[in-house]
Design a protein around this ligand. Sequence first.
Ligand code: ACM
Length: 432
Amino acid sequence: MRIDPAAGTGAEGYRLIVEPGGIAIDADTGRGLFYGVETLLQLVPSTCGMPCLIPAVRIEDAPRFEWRGLLVDVSRHFFGKPALLKVIDEMAAHKLNVLHLHLTDDAGWRFEVPAYPKLVTVGARGDEDTPGAGTPRYLSKRDIRELVDHARLRYVEIVPEIELPTHCGAAARAYPELFDGERSINPAHDASWAFITEVFAEAARQFPSPFLHFGGDEFSGDRWDQLPEVQRLRQKAGLTTKREVEGYFDNQVAQLIAKLGRQPMAWDETAEAGVAPQVLIQWWRKDRPDVLDAAIRSGHDVVLSPVDQVYLDYPNALGEPGAPWEGNDNGPTSVGKILSWEPVPQRYTPEEARHIRGVEAALWTEFIRSERYMQFMLYPRLFAFADVAWRPAGREQPPDFEPRVQTHLERLRAQGIHARRSASDAVEYMTH
Ligand code: ACM
């Protein structure tokens, strides 16, 4: 095994040769070497005798996308360090490299900000089913340090998301004076800006990621419109429409994240509201390709997470459990549907396509209440997603995916990790 900057494999690629005389892996970087080893491990049969025979191969391999992500929502239902460590292991085994943690939302606030202790003593209580009730559940600083270290050793970056201006119900329970009487921050108070600044500064202290995600999705602005202090802010800043106020807010947040030395990232609504091109845009609204096109044309880089292709909270098959929302209108999110997804729209020029940094699957957890069910929703679909994130442009979906995935499922079962095997599993998972 050799790291050799002259190997010519690129930042993440590797060359793996298995022949009777031995095994060699070459890569420009440690990351590439790591992926070569993961591929080698996949060549080892799940039941291996002595001697253990592995096929002779010569593989030159490199990923299509640099951003190969998975979002896990730990707000709606809380999933702590043990569950996330296992997810990171599976991501690394399948060469995924970004774990996006959706840390805050209406249901619960899930990380510590010492300057605002009620975010956890109040905001971390409860979940989607019982917001505000029960003992606080969150990732402690120590949990985060362990997760970040575990992930780093496996070449996975943890990107934290702190949702603003809305989806803030849990923080609003803790510090109502900073909010708008509902679930959005009040942008007209200096105290709100002190809060936002400290929350992101704390996120930057705990997460070394070059990116800080500030959400920005599904904001209506109706409530702000009714507040006299927001009206005054509007006049002072010369903002005429609700959308302009939203864009103004988004840009302020993006600037303070940039001052922390990190790149701001946000959902595609912020691009529609006019956020600056320095913000990495995560596109989810599959019925708004116009927003994606406009974002790219105005210079944003983007990560693609269209709701109908890669939202893993949607059902695997008709009649199975899963989120009932709009992502279902092109049929269930089956392994086959994910595998056949071509992320880059044909309408893009090569220059436009270069703005697509990668793809990210999303596991929202409004309806996911147990680790067992979480695993059922993740596997094997995450493996299909990883194939799309890695395989070269234009390459057909692998015909041997089903048999190959069986080996992975056996390995998961041996580790006590659940996975969907067939439609009949769903009944069991729905009732337990
Ligand atoms: C989203 O699903 N609202 C980003």
